[in-house]
Design a protein around this ligand. Sequence first.
Ligand code: SF4
Ligand code: SF4
Length: 74
Amino acid sequence: MAKFQVRFNSDKCKGCELCRAFCPKGIIVMSTAINSKGYSPASISDQEACVGCQSCALVCPDGAIEIYKEETSE
Ligand code: SF4
Ligand code: SF4
């Protein structure tokens, strides 16, 4: 089994919500915090539910998302 870690570079994010729109699992949410550019950055609500499809990373115009695969021994 593999698990996926989605990491957002919040300071690159401009809050366009494209990643949220394209996530098939609906697990990307917009933060209520404000980043250094004055936008509400995207974040993940349920890391465990991520299927690693990379849609969010591919669609992000600012390269603010990276997906890491973690192999588990289960
Ligand atoms: S990799 Fe796919 S499932 Fe995971 S957060 Fe991004 S769009 Fe959603
Ligand atoms: S697609 Fe990129 S810039 Fe747009 S909200 Fe998502 S992380 Fe931020």
